[in-house]
Design a protein. Structure first.
Ligand code: 5GP
Length: 183
């Protein structure tokens, strides 16, 4: 498998990710079996591959929509504030909304999203993240479905980037520390 020089190691390979996405899809399908109007809201750009794989494995009818937020200026350095860049096209009112995130790090982004969405009176509101870094959490936020808990390293691939690079690697790899600390 091709491994660019900047990747320290592969944390989650394609098969491992696929198996876990299958499990998440089965769990979500069971949990929403009786729910009308399931709406998946993917957080761009990082969730686009996870969202596509997860949505195609669901066995319940659903709609897809997207939102774009920004909490990082450049590279891996947080700017603190969360910015809404693009809102959903559809109304979330009376929908069963499931937010699809690539990764929950400090938790600020998801917390902001859940607060913003709950003000729109959805029928229900939950969150699903492929990855979570529990040791980095700064705010208390509930993630209803988590793919994998990972250590405090910058990861790329399967939708996740570093300065918009590495998004389409088929696996999730840890970036070499010297790449993201020399800015
Ligand atoms: P939070 O608000 O939870 O600190 O940050 C969430 C966002 O930070 C994620 O949606 C993602 O865009 C970015 N992020 C946090 N950790 C990583 C990481 O290890 N790799 C990548 N590519 N993005 C990350």
């Amino acid at each position: 498998m091709i491994r660019p020089n900047s990747i320290e190691k592969i944390l989650l390979d394609e098969q491992t990710i696929a198996r876990r996405v299958d499990e998440l899809a089965a769990q979500i399908s069971a949990d929403y079996a009786d729910a009308d109007h399931l709406m998946l809201v993917g957080v761009l750009k990082g969730s686009f591959i996870f969202m596509a794989d997860l949505a195609r494995r669901l066995r319940v009818a659903h709609h897809v929509d997207f939102i774009a937020l920004s909490s990082y200026n450049r590279g891996t350095v947080s700017t603190g504030a969360v910015r809404l860049i693009m809102d959903t096209r559809a109304s979330l009112t009376d929908r069963h909304v499931l937010v699809i995130e690539d990764i929950v790090d400090t938790g600020y982004t998801l917390k902001y999203l859940l607060q913003t969405f709950s003000a729109r009176n959805p029928a229900s509101l939950r969150a699903c993240a492929l990855l979570s870094k529990p040791e980095r959490r700064e705010v208390d936020v509930k993630v209803d479905y988590v793919g994998f808990e990972i250590p405090d390293v910058w990861v790329v691939g399967y939708g996740l980037d570093y300065n918009d690079r590495f998004r389409t690697l088929p696996y999730i790899g840890a970036l070499k520390r010297e790449v993201y600390t020399k800015q």
